[in-house]
Design a protein around this ligand. Structure first.
Ligand code: 2HG
Ligand code: ZN
Length: 475
């Protein structure tokens, strides 16, 4: 047992070098606050190991000292899952940034957990391959982070979520033992799928240090259409027609008039379309060389259903910026950190859910502005609520997540549970389910050292509300 915080910091400095143990208040500020600006905490130290051996030694040291650890990648998560709350050590994976190998034949990428998505994409594109995962936070989000949150992103409709792209991992357990499942095989059915288990575990089971990803061959001819539609139903119908015409769906996104308005204001952009429809869908399709003529044919036949459309040949950065600028525009506009509720419903329920949401908010939370957007073909809507006062956060979250449940949905589609939704986890999982998750956690981390306070089996996620936790930190 290490006697004091000073001794622990000294021990950690001996492992990673003094330059990589940060304790100064200003230097650690970016590590103890989440991207949305809502979740703040405190840390004993931020430690930045350079390789798996150092991660193992750091975890073993903290384990002996009885100090909990919060793993952190790019800290771009939106549910407060990667910031410490009560002095936990932050283990930053950003120095695990080596791209080790790209196997052109086997189509795999082996890389450190701290490599950013943009770096990984750029590296594999030099081989004519792609990661198959893309998200707006690509410049900061890391491979370890997207594995730990099982990120979805805009390519999920075609290539699946991060778990489905993961072939292997190297990860360190809380006591310092190293798990290595590292076979570049798409078929390997020997026992439990431990990499799949670590994907989406939000850093509660182990610290991912290296990842082995399955790559894709990108589509050669892509076209992007932005179309104004009267309803979500019309947007879904347009997507079905594009697929029935023989086009492959690469991405399908939903935006609203209000969301586009915010993006235009903050990015100083012109209206994407002449018509001002209640919803805009952005659909990327691919096909043989005649993809554009197939697309135009569908649009011509959809006249009446589509209120104006504009087409851009892929990568179509001009059209994509209207969608990708939503997150930052929402944050810039809201007078308080936005309440971000990433949810999913069955496709047929999106429209009734959005109607009930708008009506319910107008009655019970008249000062709150909803901006909804997301991955329409996955049924995944990002409900962003602006101008929510501190005392309204819990009530409005409760209202939205219960509504989601009434519409047969999920309270977390792709961002995870983190701290933001810990109190509502029973809306998404049964008692037996939660018991099993807690048992798994106990099996991998019996002392509860990794990312405490989130997910079942943690010391206090079921009893303390996020707001109570915050108050405790402030005391
Ligand atoms: C996206 O799809 C991200 O752009 C962020 O998942 C969503 O800001 C959000 O709510
Ligand atoms: Zn998303």
């Amino acid at each position: 047992m290490i006697a004091s915080t000073t001794t622990l910091v000294d021990e950690l400095a001996r492992i990673v070098g003094p330059a990589h143990v940060l304790t100064d208040r200003d230097t650690v500020a970016g590590y103890v606050t989440d991207w949305t600006g809502h979740w703040h905490g405190a840390t004993t130290a931020v430690v930045r190991p350079a390789d798996t051996g150092q991660v193992s030694a750091v975890l073993a040291c903290c384990h002996r000292a009885g100090v909990a650890v919060v793993p952190q990648g790019g800290n771009t998560g939106l549910v407060g899952g990667s910031v410490p709350m009560r002095g936990e050590v932050v283990l930053s994976t950003t120095r695990l940034a080596v791209i080790e190998e790209i196997d052109e034949v086997g189509r795999t990428l082996a890389a450190g957990a701290g490599v950013t998505i943009a770096q990984a994409q750029q590296a594999v594109r030099e081989y004519g391959l792609d990661l198959g995962i893309d998200l707006a936070s690509r410049d900061s989000a890391t491979l370890g982070g997207i594995v730990s949150t099982n990120a979805g992103g805009v390519r999920m409709i075609k290539y699946g979520n991060t778990r489905s792209r993961l072939l292997g991992v190297e990860a360190v357990l809380s006591d310092g033992r190293v798990l290595s499942r590292w076979k570049a095989l798409t078929k390997d059915n020997v026992g439990y799928d431990l990499p799949g288990l670590l994907a989406g575990a939000e850093g509660t089971l182990a610290v991912v240090t290296r990842v082995l990803m399955r790559l894709v061959v990108p589509a050669a001819h892509t076209q992007v259409v932005m179309a104004g539609v009267e309803s979500v139903g019309a947007g879904l119908e347009l997507i079905h027609r594009l697929e029935r015409a023989g086009l492959t769906l690469e991405a399908a996104e939903l935006m609203t008039r209000a969301g586009i308005g915010l993006v235009r204001k903050h990015r100083h952009l012109r209206p994407p379309l002449d018509a001002d429809a209640p919803f805009d869908v952005l659909v990327e399709v691919s096909g043989p060389t005649q993809a554009q003529s197939l697309l135009l044919g569908v649009l011509a036949e959809a006249e009446g259903m589509v209120q104006g459309a504009v087409v851009e040949t892929g990568p179509a950065t001009k059209l994509w910026q209207y969608r990708e600028s939503h997150t930052e525009s929402v944050s810039a506009e809201s007078s308080t950190p936005p309440v971000k509720l990433d949810i999913a419903t069955p496709l047929r329920e999106i429209e009734p859910f959005l109607e009930a949401l708008t009506a319910g908010l107008a009655i019970s939370f008249p000062g709150v502005t909803p901006i909804c957007f997301g991955h329409i073909a996955d049924g995944n809507i990002h409900v962003n609520l602006l101008d929510v006062t501190g005392d309204q956060r819990d009530a409005v979250t409760d209202f939205v997540l219960r509504l989601v449940t009434q519409h047969d949905g999920s309270i977390s589609a792709e961002h995870g549970v983190g701290r933001a939704k810990a109190r509502w986890i029973t809306l998404g999982r049964s008692d037996v389910d939660l018991d099993l998750m807690a048992s798994i956690r106990t099996a991998l981390d019996p002392a509860g050292m990794l990312n405490p306070h989130i997910l079942p089996g943690s010391s206090d996620s079921e009893t303390n509300s996020p707001i109570e936790l915050e108050r405790e930190v402030a005391r």
